[in-house]
Design a protein around this ligand. Sequence first.
Ligand SMILES: [Cu+2]
Length: 105
Amino acid sequence: MHTRLLLIVPTLLFSTNLLAEQFEVGQKDKKFTQDQLTIKVGDTVKFTNNDPFFHNVFSLSDAEMFDLGSYPQGESRDVTFETAGEVEVECAIHPEMRMTIQVQE
Ligand SMILES: [Cu+2]
């Protein structure tokens, strides 16, 4: 009996994240490589700078607030989205850069 309980508990703890995926959004020519992206809770987005100058990707949305700092061409930063909702992603250096990530349950 006790052995069986020990096996069940870890399965429940990790079951929400079993199918987590990774996506990539580039920054190229002062634009995000896509305007819209739909992902699921637990998924990760890799933000990669493809421009020969710095970008500083951030979000002030309640569903996922982050500030990746400024980083140069060829570098990337990962964000894992833990809450469902709409996330506006912007760049602190280029105010015209903007995209939306829909995080679904
Ligand atoms: Cu930028």
